[in-house]
Structure formats: structure tokens, C-alpha cells
Design a protein. Structure first.
Ligand code: MN
Length: 290
């Protein structure tokens, strides 16, 4: 099926809110999708810190200790650097081009801050945090980390077009991330006046965030910081660039389980949310110093 997907919606970045004091994010979805929790499944949430500049600060801004259960957080740094720590003893720095793929699974405590040296100097900051849902049978999988650096991504290049592959594959180039359900995540980079055609399974929910520049997607103009939701009525996405442009492309097979979410937990039922709070309050998520 080599039909062009039609454009279902182009989401303008919703009004930003602060996560802690270090992340000024636009909740592209579910908020920008009218709180439709399943439309982008297996992707549940996309918080986008659009390009901005932080003034220098000695004490790093960020978000303190908080729990997660039932899904994965995937953090992308485009500009600036983020440091993280968790209750399983993992820590690290997400540098520009890196991705931290954290499977919260049965439960983890973590904290996320601007990295100390970045914070001292201040400067440009741009990042994405994506929540990838887990199928019911994997919600209580043990927590794990995949620290994926910029050089680990699969790379496909063709005259002015680069497709960096984080998950899944593109024309035989595989991404390093291991996933629980079929997912493709690409970063497409086009120089001025280039085009790129992508074929993604018609049953996979597919969207694209423009990180830099403006792209035409299947004929529709998509400005910087906007997110396109493609209909599931075809397989092909055709991108055209008027100028240098970068986009994050997400595509995944929907998870059919019911979704019951509250705060930092994404589960299947109300009872599982209550249990998550009980377990958290009883210290079963471990300990992490504030
Ligand atoms: Mn978090």
C-alpha cells in the first residue's frame, strides 16, 4: 500500500507549563489532542521544551524526586544538558543528541536537573520527553536504562538528507533502542530544497514534531514546534524542505489495553493506580536522596 497518509491534525504548541523549575514544556499530547489518551498509542505523552535560553545559575534548575510506573520515559536533548539520578543507582548526563530511555516498569524514583556546568553557564535549551506506554503484561517489568549517545543512532544518508534511527529501522538501518512493542523513531534532517519519502505501517500511529525549520508534510506546511498527526489511511509520508529542517518522527503499533493514568503512573485500571500510590507510600519504589 503506497498511498500517502492524509493529515489528521496539525497541533500548535499548547501554552507552556513548568515541570519543576527547569523544564518549560508544551504538552503536545495528550493535551494538544484534547486529552485523547489512545490516539498516539503506544506513545502516551509528549512534553516539548521548545528552544529557549536559560540564564546562568549556580544551583541547577530541574525537577526533584518523583515516581513512575507502567511505562517508559524517553528524554531527548537537542540543546543544553540534563543530569539524572534514580533509585536503582543509575545516573548520567544527557548531552546534545543523546537519548535516555528509561523503562520505569514496576517502579522507579528519579530526578532530572540541568547539568551543573550547563547550569553555571546558562544558554540554549531544547528537549523532548516522550512517554512510551507498556502493554499490560510488561507494566511490572523490572526498571532499566538505555543510555543512547548521539553516535549510537543508526544513520542513513543520501545527498542532503539524513535519517537518524533511534528505534526500528529505516531502509535496513537499525536503531539501537530495544522496545516492548513495534516502534519506529527517527530524526529526519533535510538541507534546503530536499525531499524524503518514508514508508511506515498503515496501522501504526504516526506523528512528527518539527524541531527546526519548516517542513511540508504530504503537502501541508508544518512550522517549527508544530506536531502533525497523520491519519492511518496510508503508509507514505513525503517531506519537503524549503530550508534546513529537523523533525522527530514517531510511529508505533497501538497497544489495545485500556488506559488508566494518574499523575506519574500509567496503568490499565483504577485499582492499579491506587496500588501504585500504596506501593509508593510504603517505600517499595526504593529511596533517592533529594
Ligand atoms: Mn519523570
Amino acid at each position: 500500500m503506497d498511498t500517502l497518509r492524509s493529515i489528521e491534525q496539525i497541533i500548535s504548541p499548547p501554552a507552556p507549563h513548568m515541570v519543576g523549575d527547569g523544564f518549560r514544556v508544551h504538552n503536545i499530547f495528550p493535551h494538544g489532542l484534547g486529552e485523547n489518551l489512545a490516539r498516539m498509542s503506544p506513545f502516551f505523552l509528549l512534553d516539548y521544551n521548545a528552544l529557549m535560553e536559560w540564564p546562568p545559575r549556580e544551583h541547577p534548575r530541574g525537577v526533584g524526586v518523583h515516581p513512575h510506573r507502567g511505562f517508559e520515559t524517553v528524554s531527548f536533548a537537542y540543546k543544553g544538558r540534563i543530569a539524572h539520578h534514580d533509585s536503582a543507582g543509575n545516573s548520567g548526563v544527557i548531552d546534545e543528541g543523546d537519548v535516555q530511555w528509561m523503562t520505569a516498569g514496576s517502579g522507579v524514583l528519579h530526578k532530572e536537573y540541568h547539568e551543573q556546568e550547563y547550569s553555571r553557564k546558562g544558554g540554549l535549551f531544547q528537549m523532548v520527553q516522550l512517554w512510551v506506554n507498556l502493554p499490560a503484561k510488561f507494566k511490572m517489568t523490572p526498571p532499566k536504562y538505555q543510555a543512547i549517545t548521539a553516535k549510537d543512532w543508526g544513520i542513513y544518508s543520501d545527498e542532503g538528507v539524513t535519517v537518524r534511527v533511534l528505534a526500528g529501522d529505516f531502509k535496513g538501518v537499525k536503531g539501537p533502542a530495544s522496545t516492548f512493542t513495534p516502534i519506529q523513531i527517527y530524526q529526519a534532517e533535510l538541507s534546503k530544497n530536499r525531499s524524503l519519502s518514508l514508508q511506515l505501517p498503515g496501522n501504526s500511529n504516526t506523528g512528527m514534531l518539527v524541531i527546526k525549520g519548516t517542513l511540508k508534510a504530504n503537502g501541508a506546511q508544518v512550522p517549527t514546534d508544530h506536531f502533525v498527526v497523520f491519519s492511518n489511511d496510508g503508509e507514505i509520508i513525503m517531506l519537503e524542505s524549503d530550508d534546513d529542517a529537523i523533525a522527530l518522527i514517531l510511529s508505533g503499533e497501538p497497544i489495545q489495553d485500556p488506559i488508566f493514568s494518574y499523575g506519574p503512573f500509567v496503568m490499565n485500571t483504577r485499582e492499579e493506580i491506587i496500588k501504585a500510590y500504596e506501593d509508593y507510600n510504603n517505600g517499595l519504589f526504593g529511596y533517592l536522596e533529594d
